[in-house]
Structures are given as structure tokens and as C-alpha cells.
Unconditional design. Structure first.
Length: 142
């Protein structure tokens, strides 16, 4: 079942992101969840099977580009179309907001993710991704 995040999902969602290799010491996932909930909570989506979270995606739009973060599908549930389901829902929501283009970032070493996105129509933009931390997240996880 695809649905929006609920407060009771927090630990299972952080666990999913960890299992899928999406967490990093400098990015506290609890703080990312809090930041998302403060902006547009309905666009933090999960897939639930029974009592287990097996997929997630975070969708954002600031008026110029749509962004996708934290696309995750449990390794034992991959290759069943769940990633496509999540991306299709993200793209639908962004289109409904008038968004013309979706951006996302994939670590250059993640060949599996890069191939997944290529298969669903994403191409490498000839751009350099730059970043600057405005707040440090390197605090212990809850």
C-alpha cells in the first residue's frame, strides 16, 4: 500500500534507508524527516506491506524544479516494479503542481541506481552538483 508517512513510521523508515545504503554520518535521517514534515509532509511517501515498510520516496518542488530524494526499496523486494511505482507517483504529484522538470542526485559509484533511472527515462544532465552545509547534522542518531 502506497501512502503518506505517519509519525509511527519513523524508526522503520530510518531502518529502511539504512538497509538501502542511503544514510551517511553527516546526514541525520531523523532531521531530514523533521525538515520534510515541517514543509509538506504529504510528499514523504512510503510503501507498506503488512506491518513492514518496504519502500519510500521524498518529493519536493520549490517552483522551478522538482526533486526526488530517498527513493528506497528493500533489497528483498526489488525488481517487482515498486521503484517505478514510487517514481510514477512522484512525477504525477510534481506534474499536478505544474512542475516541468525533475532533478535527482545519485552517487556516481551507484551503478545499480543509475541504471534504474536510465531505464525509466532519466539522463545525465551536463551540470556539476554543488553543495554547502548550512547546518551540521553529524549528531548521534536517536
Amino acid at each position: 500500500m502506497l501512502r503518506s508517512y505517519r509519525p509511527g513510521d519513523r524508526e522503520a523508515l530510518v531502518s529502511l534507508w539504512s538497509i538501502c545504503g542511503l544514510t551517511r554520518p553527516w546526514n541525520n535521517p531523523h532531521r531530514d524527516i523533521d525538515r520534510k514534515l515541517a514543509r509538506d509532509a504529504h510528499n514523504l511517501l512510503v510503501i507498506e506491506e503488512g506491518d513492514q515498510l518496504i519502500g519510500s520516496i521524498m518529493v519536493g518542488y520549490e517552483g522551478h524544479r522538482g526533486w526526488v530524494n530517498y527513493l528506497a526499496v528493500r533489497p528483498d523486494h526489488r525488481r517487482q516494479g515498486l521503484g517505478r511505482l514510487l517514481m510514477n507517483e512522484a512525477e504525477r504529484r510534481l506534474r499536478d503542481l505544474g512542475c516541468a522538470k525533475v532533478n535527482l542526485q545519485v552517487r556516481s559509484s551507484n551503478e545499480t541506481a543509475r541504471e534504474f533511472y536510465r531505464q525509466i527515462g532519466y539522463t545525465v544532465d551536463e551540470a556539476v552538483s554543488l553543495g554547502k552545509r548550512l547546518e551540521q547534522d553529524d549528531v548521534p542518531l536517536r
